[in-house]
Design a protein around this ligand. Sequence first.
Ligand code: AMP
Ligand code: TRP
Length: 325
Amino acid sequence: MRAFSGIRPTGELHIGNYLGAIKQWIELQERAECVFCIVDLHAMTTPYKPERLQKNILELAATYLAAGLNPEKCIFFVQSQIKEHTELAWLLGTITPLGELQRMTQFKEKSKKHPEYVNAGLLNYPLLMAADILLYKTEVVPVGMDQKQHVELAREIARRFNKKFGQVFQEPKALLPKNGEKIMSLQKPKKKMSKTDDPRGCIGLFDEPEEIKKKIMTAVTDRGEIIKYDPQKKPGISNLLTIYSLFSRKSIKELERKFKNSGYEKFKKSSIELLIGSLGSFRRKRKEFLTREVYVKEILEQGRKKAQIIAESTMAEAYKKMGLS
Ligand code: AMP
Ligand code: TRP
């Protein structure tokens, strides 16, 4: 089974990225052929600083390694280093109706958020994402909930291509984690955690202990004092329970029992301890990888070479089927 996924190098990652995506990747690399990408071309669709981009790419690579991606067990590389991604995106654009791109939730949300910067790249974003996925004949795409719609579009595009020109691509499926497919903001627990919204609602993977403490202590909770999972009536506590459960590997039921008579404050204090402990080792490992730039670049180069072979072969098939040589 082949798996593919990617994250944009737009700055620090948060625990939603980890619990929604990377945590699954670590597990998948043990049982699937995995390709993980740093999608720098996607990072350019919203305002960014060119002089920061290379640094962000290296930091994301160090983060992948710190989180436990093993370059011996998976391929990982930088999207823009393989030209076939943009080439295939063009071909896929010629068989995708405009309406399908315009109805994408992320396009609508991001256009609203940056009305001064609604570029065609933002609209074509899912085509490039479909190219990323299809180029590697991917079957599963481990992502958080917000990317499910894009993966479904990639599936539709693969089906359409195969039907029109002959079988080339696998029809990919999104793989969402059982829990954690949508980690919510600590400040607005009905909205997803995101680094661009209220930063106090978002715990960075590399936040210092003091920041973690402050963010959890000021996290919005709900009326009452009972620790119970009920996303409708108690979205704040339910989100904290989900986070706790995923980091501690204990079930939510078990946690409800454990904190039955604790009250919010005690539960929050225990969450802080757990998070500081879990994220501490990440922070240390990432720091170490950041000092080993040559090594990290070498891993990306090895990944590029392996990915290039697969990308070239799929591209040749697609060209041929479409009547190009
Ligand atoms: P991005 O930072 O948008 O490139 O997202 C990288 C990955 O993290 C994607 O697979 C997203 O679906 C996932 N992700 C982002 N935010 C969250 C969240 N709040 N909860 C769960 N997964 C998320
Ligand atoms: N669009 C994804 C996001 O914002 C990132 C991404 C780009 C991706 N290409 C991909 C994810 C291919 C999975 C597969 O999170």
